[in-house]
Design a protein around this ligand. Structure first.
Ligand code: AMP
Length: 216
């Protein structure tokens, strides 16, 4: 099963992809995570992407298509994948269609995680993640279960993303509305788009997703 989670920054794509990845044995492919890892490692891709990410813009189609291309048909993803944060432009969606066709693969469903814009900022400003394993948390909505230790790996070290600040968030929302929202009609025309209410509690959103995946 190959899925795309589509939604604005803060809509919960990463959180839900993490849960569904474990529950269904799928592989989460997040271009944001891959780019942050490239920045941290100081690779050529990382050096090219860093300033754009910090400003809240979109990294070039060429770069993100390149980093996703060798993943979708990889052995780790043999049970299927969840794309989180990709595609973000029509050009990326078209490139993805070509890559899939070449490999005899397809997208089964594109699930839009719909959230009102005023809620997104609150969600983004409270989030952080484990510095060791990357599990995501939120000051208000998802604290670690035991004191300040990561539920997944027990680490006590947490980090906040540099681009989760008010100014950058505004630019990221603008980029979403201008460049990514047009993917909704693109996938609707192909009969692949399903929208869910992602303003519910995390567990209720997961339930909605599982129903769609079951029926797909
Ligand atoms: P995310 O973690 O998905 O919110 O992505 C963080 C940042 O990485 C975005 O604001 C973009 O600058 C960049 N990025 C991630 N995925 C893409 C993509 N598919 N296309 C262009 N830029 C991306």
């Amino acid at each position: 099963m190959n899925l795309i989670f589509l939604g604005a920054p803060g809509s919960g794509k990463g959180t839900q992809a993490e849960i569904i990845e474990k529950a269904k044995g799928l592989c989460k492919l997040s271009t944001g995570d891959m780019l942050r890892a490239a920045v941290k490692a100081g690779t050529e891709v990382g050096r090219k992407a860093e300033a754009v990410m910090q400003a809240g813009g979109l990294v070039s189609d060429e770069i993100v298509i390149g980093i996703i291309a060798d993943k979708i048909a990889s052995v780790e993803c043999k049970n299927g994948f969840i794309l989180d944060g990709f595609p973000r432009t029509i050009a990326q969606a078209e490139a993805l269609d070509k890559m899939l066709a070449t490999n005899g693969m397809k997208i089964h469903k594109v699930i839009e995680l719909a959230v009102d814009e005023d809620i997104l900022v609150e969600r983004i400003s409270g989030r952080y993640s484990c510095a060791k394993c990357g599990t995501g948390y939120h000051d208000k909505f998802k604290k670690p279960k035991h004191d300040s230790a990561c539920d997944n790996c027990g680490s006590h070290e947490f980090i906040r993303r540099k681009d989760d600040n008010a100014e950058t968030v505004k630019a990221r929302l603008e980029a979403y509305n201008a460049q990514t929202a047009p993917l909704k009609p693109y996938y609707e025309q192909k009969g692949k788009l399903v929208a869910i209410d992602a303003m519910q509690e995390i567990s209720a959103v997961t339930e909605s997703l599982e129903k769609i995946i079951q029926a797909a």
